[in-house]
Design a protein around this ligand. Structure first.
Ligand SMILES: [Zn+2]
Length: 211
């Protein structure tokens, strides 16, 4: 099983990837991890990548795709993986295909911008011990105060409304066109990501024929 998870930031891709990885024995391949591993290992690709980031330059799609392909060729992947956060653009998806990258299923987690805003901007974290909360879904006993240590609850910069709005804009412009790209390839399944987490997992398993 080679799977891609698509969806806006906050749609629950990371959570589903964790669950599916355990249920189906799939390796999660996230671009962020690959890049950190490659840089830490001092490999040629890692050094090349760093030469761009050191200059603050945009890393070319070719290099990102090459790094993913390099990671997928390692024995632990052996054709069973979930791509989380890759491809990010249609250009990356095309280059991935050019070098022989194939997937069996693309799961598109559909959710409205309003729901994303509520999910993400409601997140709080204790500034002392790091315990996460949500003002609606997982509120502390006393507003603004950590149940565990009494520390103050704060909003991370990533969850601030203006940051979330910016990331949604980038998603709609750059990543959402992948939905049409994979639909024409006949491997796309779109699911309602606003329903419960367990329900989403069950629908994904059914869509990929593992249930
Ligand atoms: Zn705390």
């Amino acid at each position: 099983m080679k799977m891609i998870l698509l969806g806006a930031p906050g749609a629950g891709k990371g959570t589903q990837a964790e669950i599916l990885s355990k249920r189906l024995g799939l390796v999660i391949i996230g671009t962020g991890n690959i890049i950190r591993e490659a840089i830490a290992s001092g490999s040629e690709l890692g050094r090349k990548f760093q030469s761009y980031t050191d200059r603050g330059a945009l890393v070319p799609d070719d290099l990102v795709v090459e790094m993913v392909a390099d990671r997928l060729a390692k024995p632990d992947c052996s054709g069973r993986y979930i791509l989380d956060g890759f491809p990010r653009t249609v250009v990356q998806a095309e280059k991935f295909e050019e070098i022989g990258g194939r997937v069996d299923a693309v799961i598109n987690l559909v959710i409205s911008d309003e729901e994303i805003m509520e999910r993400m901007t409601g997140r709080r974290v204790c500034e002392k011990c790091g315990t996460p909360y949500h003002i609606h879904n997982n509120p502390p006993a006393e507003a603004g105060i950590c149940d565990k240590c009494g520390g103050a609850l704060v909003t991370r910069k990533d969850d601030a409304p203006e940051t979330v709005a910016k990331r949604l804009k980038v998603y709609h412009e750059q990543t959402e066109p992948l939905v049409d790209f994979y639909r024409t390839h006949g491997v796309l399944t779109s699911l309602d990501a606003a329903q419960g987490m367990d329900r989403v997992t069950e629908e994904i398993l059914a869509a990929v024929g593992e249930k």
